[in-house]
Write a protein that binds this ligand. Structure first.
Ligand code: ADP
Ligand code: 5GP
Length: 213
């Protein structure tokens, strides 16, 4: 019997605030955590590996998967389609494993409002300032000036949804943010709902208690 129920950990932020960096750290910290590899129609960045960072797909294939109900959520972001394939997530959570999502506010809302909603933990990452957000996007060195400009213009759209997340972290000092993130994940894993095995444990305690009488 599975004595825990998988948690869906959702990280969102404006592009450049640090969610990929924090995701990477979380996955290194706990190798039982599964990363939900999204499908996207955008072109790979230098160093991105198909099947590891994203499943890079044609628009036709992406739309077919959506029509077949194979995406848990999907959205149009910065002119490209992005979505979370349903099957690997379902397999992981059914086996009691937690799954990490790096997705935008539209995807977060779709999952939180689905039947899986009670098993989600949503966290929004804010930058310390807009100037620092730009500096981080530039220092990442992976996007053209035009793409950075587009992402900066869209950053307020994303930030404006901060209020619908369970937790909000201001990612100023990376180590401190990461410590806080681990604390949030650790505490949420102890939620009653994530521990279906508790019912049996309490029944056993009750039996032991009754045997006392
Ligand atoms: P996102 O995934 O949100 O687009 P990234 O994780 O790619 O953002 O971070 C953007 C850039 O900012 C990267 O170069 C990363 O190393 C850097 N970065 C992330 N967090 C911090 C931080 N707390 N302080 C300074 N630089 C950071
Ligand atoms: P990037 O192109 O920088 O990798 O991602 C751009 C934006 O798309 C980020 O905000 C990222 O979180 C979001 N994103 C990545 N994958 C998905 C997904 O599967 N679904 C949704 N809704 N957003 C995604």
């Amino acid at each position: 019997m599975i004595n825990r129920r998988g948690l869906l950990v959702i990280l969102s932020s404006p592009s450049g605030a640090g969610k990929s960096t924090l995701s990477r750290r979380l996955l290194e910290w706990d190798d039982s955590l599964r990363f939900s590899v999204s499908a996207t129609t955008r072109a790979p960045r230098p160093g991105e590996v198909n099947g590891e960072h994203y499943h890079f797909q044609s628009e036709a294939d992406f739309k077919r998967d959506v029509a077949n109900g194979d995406m848990l959520e999907h959205a149009h972001v910065f002119g490209n389609f992005y979505g979370s394939p349903r099957k690997p997530v379902q397999t992981a959570i059914d086996a009691g494993r937690d799954v990490l999502f790096d997705i935008d506010w539209q995807g977060a809302q779709q999952i939180v409002n689905s039947a899986l909603g009670p098993h989600t933990l949503s966290i929004f990452i804010l930058p310390p300032s807009i100037a620092e957000l730009r500096r981080r996007l530039e220092s990442r060195g992976q996007d053209s000036a035009e793409t950075i400009g587009k992402r900066m213009l869209k950053s307020w759209d994303e930030i404006s949804h901060w209020g619908s997340y369970d937790y909000v972290l201001i990612n100023d000092d990376l180590d401190q943010t990461f410590e806080r993130l681990k604390t949030i994940v650790t505490a949420t894993r102890l939620r009653r709902l994530q521990q279906p095995g508790l019912v049996d444990h309490v029944r056993k305690l009750q039996q032991e208690f009754e045997e006392l009488a």
